[in-house]
Design a binder for this molecule. Structure first.
Ligand code: TXA
Ligand code: MG
Length: 323
C-alpha cells in the first residue's frame, strides 16, 4: 500500500489540524474525515467525493458530553439508545446548533451524529476538541470501503493520510434514526437491526424508500435510489429465474448460502454458508467489488431474509441494481 497509510494517530491529528482530509476506520465502513468546525476543510470532502452539496454529513465524536458542549440537545430516547448502542453503528439526527457549520448540515437545520466503535478512531476522537465530519470514503454513488485498500484504490490521491484499522467488523453503514419527527423514525437500514432499537425504545417507523409523490418525507437526502453502483449490471431477486435468461458461464453470483451447480464455482460468492446475516453484511461490499472485477456479463444477487441486518443488505443490493 502507498506510503501515506498507517496507524499513526498523531500524524492523522496533525493533518486534521491543518484542515486536510484523513480516511478513518470505523466498525461500519471507512470514513473520509475533516474537522467539522473548519468549513474550508469540509468543502474538500465534497470535492474529493464529487458529492452534491445538498447532501449533509455525519459528525463523529467520542461522547454525548462533547455534543452537549457544542450546544446540541440530546433527546431522551436518543440518550437511552446511546446507553445501549453507542459507541456503535447507529447515527442520530437531531436539531443542529450554531456551532455546526451549514456546509455540514446542508442547511437542513438538523445534524447527524455518531459515536463510532473502533479503537483507533475512538482514541483519535478522544484527542480532538472538534468533531469529524465523515461520509463513507468512496466517490459519490459507489460502493463503500470496508478496508484501507478499498479507500486507497478510489480516493488514495485525495487524502493526506489513511489511518489503517484493518477490515471493518460490521461492514455496512450505520443505521440512521431521526429525532426530528414526532416519533423516532429510521431513515436508513444499517449495521444496527431495527429489532434491537425497538427492544429499547419500542416500535419505530421506517421511511427508507424514496417517494417522489411525498416530498415531505423525512428522508436521508443521500439515500438516492441508484447507489452502491458496480460497473457491471446487477440484478437482484430470484437468481434461479434470472439464470434462465443468461449464459450461466458468464454470470457472477452473490448468494446467502446456496450454490448453483450450473455456474462455475469461482464465479459464486457465498456470503454466509452458516446463514448468519451479520457475517453476510460484513462481507457484502468486498464481495460486490470482487464480483465486479470478474469477466462476466452480469452479477446476480439473491434477496436476503427481511429481518435483522438482512434489511440493510437488501436495501444496498436493491439500490445497486437500479438503472
Ligand atoms: O456508517 C456510517 O454511517 C458511515 C461511517 C463513516 O460513519 N458514514 C456514512 O456517511 O455512511 P454517508 O455520508 O455516506 O451517509 C450518511 C447519510 C447520507 O444519506 C446523508 O444524506 C444522511 O446520512 N444525513 C446526514 N446528515 C443528515 C441530516 N442532517 N438529515 C438527514 N440525513 C442526513
Ligand atoms: Mg455513503
Amino acid at each position: 500500500m502507498s506510503a501515506h497509510t498507517g496507524t499513526d494517530i498523531e500524524l492523522a491529528i496533525s493533518h486534521l489540524n491543518r484542515g486536510e482530509l484523513v480516511a478513518i476506520p470505523t466498525e461500519t465502513v471507512y470514513g473520509l474525515a475533516a474537522n467539522a468546525f473548519d468549513a474550508d476543510a469540509v468543502i474538500k470532502i465534497y470535492h474529493a467525493k464529487n458529492r452534491p452539496q445538498f447532501n449533509p454529513l455525519i459528525i463523529h465524536t467520542d461522547s454525548l458530553e462533547k455534543l452537549e458542549s457544542w450546544g446540541l440537545h440530546i433527546p431522551e430516547k436518543m440518550r437511552l439508545l446511546a446507553q445501549h448502542f453507542s459507541p456503535g453503528p447507529l447515527t442520530y439526527i437531531i436539531p443542529t446548533s450554531a456551532r455546526i457549520p451549514d456546509i455540514v448540515t446542508a442547511g437542513t437545520g438538523a445534524v447527524a451524529v455518531r459515536i463510532p466503535n473502533h479503537p483507533i478512531t475512538l482514541e483519535l476522537l478522544s484527542k480532538l476538541n472538534y468533531p469529524l465530519a465523515a461520509p463513507s470514503a468512496n466517490p459519490s454513488g459507489f460502493i463503500s470501503p470496508t478496508n484501507a485498500w478499498h479507500v486507497n484504490e478510489q480516493l488514495g490521491d485525495k487524502v493526506a493520510y489513511i489511518l489503517n484499522g484493518g477490515p471493518c467488523e460490521v461492514g455496512i453503514e450505520s443505521t440512521i434514526i431521526s429525532f426530528i419527527t414526532d416519533q423516532p423514525c429510521i431513515l436508513r437500514f444499517g449495521g444496527l437491526a431495527q429489532e434491537k432499537i425497538e427492544s429499547v425504545i419500542g416500535k419505530v417507523n421506517a421511511h427508507t424508500e424514496l417517494s417522489i409523490e411525498n416530498e415531505n418525507q423525512p428522508l436521508a437526502p443521500g439515500m438516492l435510489v441508484r447507489h452502491y453502483a458496480p460497473e457491471h449490471k446487477l440484478m437482484f431477486g430470484d437468481v434461479r429465474k434470472y439464470l434462465s435468461y443468461f449464459n450461466t458461464q458468464r454470470v457472477a453470483i452473490l448468494t446467502y448460502s446456496s450454490v448453483y451447480e450450473e455456474v462455475p464455482a469461482r464465479q459464486q460468492i457465498v456470503l454466509s454458508p452458516s446463514r448468519n446475516l451479520d457475517e453476510a453484511a460484513q462481507r457484502l461490499f468486498a464481495a460486490m467489488r470482487e464480483a465486479d472485477k470478474m469477466d462476466v456479463d452480469v452479477i446476480l444477487a439473491e434477496k436476503f431474509p427481511d429481518e435483522g441486518l438482512g434489511r440493510a443488505i437488501n436495501d444496498r443490493l436493491k439500490r445497486a441494481s437500479e438503472q
